[in-house]
Structures are given as C-alpha cells and as structure tokens.
Write a protein that binds this ligand. Sequence first.
Ligand code: GH3
Ligand code: MG
Ligand code: MG
Ligand code: MG
Length: 329
Amino acid sequence: LTDELRARALTGQQIAIEDALRAMDSISTSGGSVLIIDTDKRHAERVQGYLAHEHKVDVLLEPADAVFQVSGAKYELALVSMSLNDFDPLRVCSQIRTVDHTRNLPIILMADESDKPRVVRALDLGVNDFISRPIERNELMARVRTQIRRHRYAMELRQSVNNSIAQAVTDDLTGLYNRRYFDRHLNILLGKAQEQERELAVMILDIDHFKAVNDTYGHDVGDVVLKEFSARVKRNIRGVDLACRFGGEEFVVLMPDTDTSNAELVAERVREAIANKPFEIGAQRPLSVTVSVGVSFNETGADTPETLIKRADVALYRAKREGRNRVIL
Ligand code: GH3
Ligand code: MG
Ligand code: MG
Ligand code: MG
C-alpha cells in the first residue's frame, strides 16, 4: 500500500498495530541469551556446546542461586534440568515465575522419560516446553529458537502497546499529560475527594503575554519556552500532582489532599520558578517569562469538574487583570 492509501484505509491505531506486526516479522531468533540450570556439569556443557555457535549460553550449576542469577541478567530463555540433586526443579521454575521481572522468562525443561508425570504438571504450571534426554541437537535448537522468537515477539508487542498508551495520554511538545487524560483524571479524583471528604486543589496557569514571545522571536522559540516552562512546573510539584497541558500556553495542575495554604505555597513556588530565572532561547539573550495562576478548591459535595475549573479560571483572570505574574486563590 502507498502511504496515501494506507492513511485512507486505516485509522492511526490500525497503522500502529500493522507496524508492530511488521517489526515482529523481522525479529531474529539467533544471538539469544540462554541460561542452563543443571547440576550435572558434563551434561550442561554438552548442551551449551550444541547452542553456543548460535546463542550466548551461560551455565549455572548451583540451582540455589537460580533466581538471583536469572534476575541479575537479561536472559531470554532458561533450560532447566529435571535432575537437580537435592533441588526440586519445579520449585526453581515457580520461583522464576514469582519474581516480577523474570515472570515472562521462557523455560524449557530437560527431562528423562521417567520425569514425564512431573513435566506434565510443570506445563500446567506455566513452563513453556520440554525436551527429552538424551538431547538431540537439532530438536534442541528448534525448540530454543521457537521460545526465543515468542519471547521477543511478546517483548516487542508489550513495548509498542506501552508506547501507544503513553502517546495517547501525553502532549507531544511538552511531555505533560494531554487534555483528554486530564478530563478523565479530574472526574476520578473529584469523585474520590467527594466520597472520602478529602481536599482537591486545581491550579490553572497561563503564560503572560505569550503572543509577544511568538511575535518577537518566532514560533520555534515559543515552543522552546513551552517545553522549559513545563519542565519547571513539573519540578515544583509533587509526584502525585497531575500536570497537564490544557491547550496552547495554558496549563493545569491537579493537587490531591492539598489545602488552601499548601496550594498557595506550591502556586507561589511555581510562579517564582518561572519568573526568577530567564529562559535560555539559544543564541539570543535569555528571555524573562512570567505566569499568572488561578487556584480553586473542591467544595465538598457541591462541585462538578466544570464548576471547579470555572472558579480557577475566574481566579486566573483576576490575576491577569490585577497585573499578571501573580497567584489568586
Ligand atoms: P495573556 O497574558 O493575556 O495570557 O496574553 P497572551 O499573549 O499569553 O494570550 P493569548 O491567549 O492572546 O495568546 C496565546 C498565544 O499562545 C497565542 C498562540 O499563538 C500561542 N500558542 C498557543 N499554542 C502554541 C504552541 O503550541 N506553540 C507556540 N509557539 N505558541 C502557541
Ligand atoms: Mg490569553
Ligand atoms: Mg497567556
Ligand atoms: Mg491563554
């Protein structure tokens, strides 16, 4: 398909999925990072020899250290022997499944005929595959490739889903949350605040005379200022506060569990963080920027998202009228 046809035929989301699938098709199955867990040194080394020309293979002879070893490195596959002396191989596997960042590690069991009943149970418990001893080289290589391919597919998919989610909720220029995310979040936070009779403060910020920045220095410099402005806002609020680009050069911050005096403190801190240090705009002299801020508070039970925002907006316009570069509650 040409780009134009694609754009017409598919929505953005479909394009993202198509791209992810295409990326997955080109995933290689070699150069894997494999860990063999086996107390039988000779056997482990033979298996290692089978795989070594295609993958990077470590051997762990001490199953007690398995979880430690696996979580410390970026393995893409564990080959676990069903004969581990005093250790229960299924326990080793379930430990690997318990630790957060090894949960998705593929596991292949190396099993004797007599291990079959336990292997079946292990497959039920989430082990990915098994291979019978004596191990046949080509079979081993095929099973290893399959698991590595699946693992890499899954990682790729997880990554691209995470990226799309992140992209859907953020503003491209500033990296702050976007308006859509803000609206949903305000609904949820306000509901919670009213249910639990807790405080919620809303702060709206609007850069002063921003049109003059664009008119004097150009749109690109305006964008640089918007980015730096956002970074400063972010640095001066808490992790639980939610900062979002409301539109243009207007921003809003939601502050849960924040009373009047704390909200005023934060708003003043942000205002100063903007006003006290001129913005670097490349070759030209640093630029003084100021911001006006309006703050409102949830009046338990009575407020809707709209009334809450409206009051902050009224406060903001008072701040503008009274001379800008100030906070009004
Ligand atoms: P006031 O102090 O009353 O807020 O004055 P102002 O000039 O900031 O207000 P106004 O709302 O008139 O101007 C906002 C300007 O912000 C106009 C618009 O071109 C600019 N703007 C909006 N979005 C962007 C953007 O993404 N990048 C840049 N560079 N400028 C933007
Ligand atoms: Mg304006
Ligand atoms: Mg403005
Ligand atoms: Mg504005």
